[in-house]
Structures are given as C-alpha cells and as structure tokens.
Write a protein that binds this ligand. Structure first.
Ligand code: HCA
Ligand code: CU
Length: 411
C-alpha cells in the first residue's frame, strides 16, 4: 500500500518539503488569501520546486472547498494535499476534492483530549482506524498521512499505542509528529522521531512551531533521526509566531549539502516568493530573515570586509549568488577599514596611494565617531583624497592634509 518507504538516516539528502503556507500560513493573523492569491502563491511555490502544497481543510468554508478543487487541478509539479480533522464527515468532503493526498490529524495530549475534542486514547484509536480505513477504501492511490497533534506534550506510551495501532492497518503512507506549541528541542525531536522510526517503515513528517526559536533546528534534527518530510511556510507564517520557515530550512540544509539543494530547488525564485507572500499578508520581510532578509548578506566590520573581499567564504556559509542576491559591504561607519575603502575607491574608478588611503580611513572613522555618516560622505572623501585631487591640492594649498583638516572643521 505504501508508495514510498522511509529513508532512515539518508533523509538529509533525500527529503521532501510539505509547504503549508496555504494551510498553516492561512492561520497567520495577517493572512486572508483570496482565490487569486492562493493560485498565485501555489504557482510561485511550484516554481520554487516544493514537493507538496498543503491546503486548508475544504470543510473550513465554502471557498476553501472550491479553492481546494481548483488548486488540485492546476498544472503544477507539486502534489496538492489537504488537511483535515480525524473525522468521517471531513474525510468524505476531502476525498471529493481531487487532491493528491490527505493529511489527517488528531490531538493526543491531555490538554487537547480534555479541553478540545474530549476523546480518550482508545476512542482516538477507534476513530483513526475507521476514518483512515475508509479513506483508503475509497481511494487506494491517495497519499494518506496520520498525525498526532501536540505530540511533544503527549505521553510516549499514548503515542506508541496510537501509532502502532494505525501502522497495523497498513493504510497510511506517512506518519506525522507535530510540535504544536513549540516546546520541543532538537534533542527531544531526535528521540521521538527515532522512536517512531523504529515502529514503522512508513515515511515520517515533522511539523514544528517556533514559539521558543527551535523550529529550524528541530526540523533538521528530525531529518537526522530519519524523518522524510518537513512542513514549512514562507516566512514561517502560521498560528502565533508560526512554524519552520521555508527559507530557514533551505539555509540549514544548503549549509550541509549546497549542491543537493541547488539542484533540488529553484533558489533564484525564493526572494520573489517571499515578497509575494509578505505583500499579501502585509508584513515586511524581517531584516534578519534567513537568506532574504535585508542584512542576510551585509558585512560591516573592517576585519570582516577585508576577508570577504579576499574570499567570501571566510564569513559566508551561504553564497548569495546562488539565490540571485548580492552581498553588500557597509563602509560608512567607525568600524570600517582601509581594505573596504580601497574596494569602494576601485568601484568609483578612483586611485588613492597607500599613505592617503590610510589617512582617509582614519578620517572616516573620526568623522563617524561624531555623527552618523552615509556612503555619499565616504565617496566624497575618497574623491577628495584621490591621487589626482591630491596633486591638485598640492599646487593650490601645498598640502592635502590642510585641505582635509579644513573640511573636518566644517563638519
Ligand atoms: C492545526 C494544528 C497543527 C497540525 C499539524 C499537523 C499543529 O491543525 O492547526 O497536522 O501535522 O501544529 O499541531 O498545525
Ligand atoms: Cu501547526
């Protein structure tokens, strides 16, 4: 029944992304996607090359149902999934949408059993058996996933009971583990995925929230323990502060095997994809976001700038060119260095002799100690200290230094 077997520790070099911007991402407070928005995002995700696109439950609203049908019919390479509660009514509607796969979820922690759906573990197993078997009977080829919500606040015994009971049915392709509240650590994720890996040879999906900042690291840890699928959203949007961001996961895995990631995904599309989603949910791409944030490839201190100019790998684990982006060396500040100013002078087509280069560097630093300076301030100084100006200055006033000191007084 299973189309894909688990990959064990091969996962880092053989995994799939379940991109949930159109499901978990729709649960972000700023998201209110129209049908056109969803179609545009689905195309952009497919252009980037994600393996799966997960959609909001067709039971959520009338348009969620029609959008599910519509997006399932798009001519895209990504498989389309929808996400439902472990409920027969939801299963019937989902089966009728034409999706490639159905992600079924039910809460197993005492919080959700007592305060959400109110079912015992035995009842959960019963309902999972009937819903999952029904889906499989109705559609032998649909990709079927079963996940426990709030896995990390469920007891291990309960989880094992539920997963084993479902595994015995041999109807699901994939099991999911969800860190619903962002409580997990790389260590606890590794342990739980390893436990599940020993129970089943089905694929394993990890879904991790970022409340405590571990989502990317947890996803990486899941892969090292044998998970095969990771849930992401663009910019990490989702409930509260969201889940593993697509960009964070890509950055993490690129750092391990750049060639694999370069070949697997259309990395040049990432920034455009981020901008599309950021615009629709009315946020800026955070300045420090992985890969696409404004400062992701900006270098500042003189020592860094010097080394970067000699060899970018000294301070970059990610090559901006692979993402269609460029690095930026910030030079207008007190931490600047003469190597960076030399480079800027070359960009401007200016020649400055070594002695003056050191002198103008001192001048920039001294000036920046007193006020906020800009690149045009630096450019102006470089022009003033250029060899040709230097000669001119000499004939006029006899000394460039005098010229420069005068300027400093003006400032
Ligand atoms: C939700 C909860 C969920 C489900 C994850 C999953 C979570 O339905 O909003 O199906 O794997 O974080 O537990 O997103
Ligand atoms: Cu979630």
């Amino acid at each position: 029944m299973r189309s894909i077997k688990g990959q064990n520790s091969m996962s880092l070099n053989d995994f799939a992304i379940i991109e949930s911007t159109l499901r978990e991402g729709e649960q972000f407070v700023g998201a209110d996607f129209s049908t056109d928005d969803k179609v545009e995002i689905a195309y952009a995700l497919a252009d980037f090359g994600v393996e799966y696109i997960e959609l909001t439950s067709p039971c959520a609203s009338p348009t969620s149902l029609t959008d599910c049908r519509l997006i399932s019919k798009l001519d895209i390479t990504s498989k389309v999934l929808t996400h439902i509660r472990c409920h027969m009514d939801d299963a019937k509607v989902a089966l009728d949408t034409g999706v490639d796969g159905i992600d079924v979820v039910i809460g197993t922690s005492s919080y959700l059993r007592d305060f959400s759906h109110g079912k015992s573990i035995e009842e959960i197993i019963d309902i999972a058996q009937s819903v999952l078997t029904y889906i499989r009977e109705q559609n032998p080829s649909i990709e079927l996933r079963f996940s426990t919500e709030d896995s990390f606040r469920s007891t291990e015994d309960d989880l094992i009971n539920v997963y084993q009971a479902v595994d015995r049915l041999e109807v699901v392709n994939r099991f999911g583990i969800a860190d619903t509240v962002g409580v997990a650590t790389p260590h606890s994720v590794y342990n739980l995925v390893s436990t599940l890996r020993n129970i089943t040879d089905a694929d394993i999906e990890f879904h991790g929230h970022n409340d405590t900042g571990c989502a990317v690291a947890n996803s990486h840890s899941a892969l090292t323990a044998g998970a095969t699928h990771i849930d992401t959203t663009v910019l990490g949007i989702g409930e509260r502060n969201g889940i593993t961001s697509l960009e964070g996961l890509i950055a993490r895995l690129y750092a391990i095997n750049p060639d694999y990631i370069r070949n697997k995904y259309n990395l040049h599309q990432l920034h455009k994809l981020n901008q599309i989603v950021a615009d629709k949910v009315e946020i800026e791409i955070p300045f420090n976001h992985y890969i696409t944030g404004l400062t992701a490839f900006t270098h500042k201190a003189g020592i860094h700038a010097k080394a970067i100019l000699n060899n970018p790998e000294t301070y970059e684990i990610l090559n901006p060119n692979d993402f269609g982006l460029t690095r930026y060396i910030s030079i207008a500040h007190k931490l600047t260095g003469w190597n960076a100013l030399q480079d800027r002078a070359s960009q401007l087509g200016i020649k400055i002799n070594p002695k003056n280069l050191k002198a103008v560097t001192h001048h920039v630093k001294a000036m920046a100690d007193h006020k906020r300076i800009t690149l045009s301030d630096v450019d102006e100084l470089l022009h003033q200290w250029a060899d040709s100006n230097y000669n001119l200055g000499k004939t006029k006033s006899g000394s460039k230094k005098t010229n420069n000191t005068n300027r400093q007084t003006h400032n």
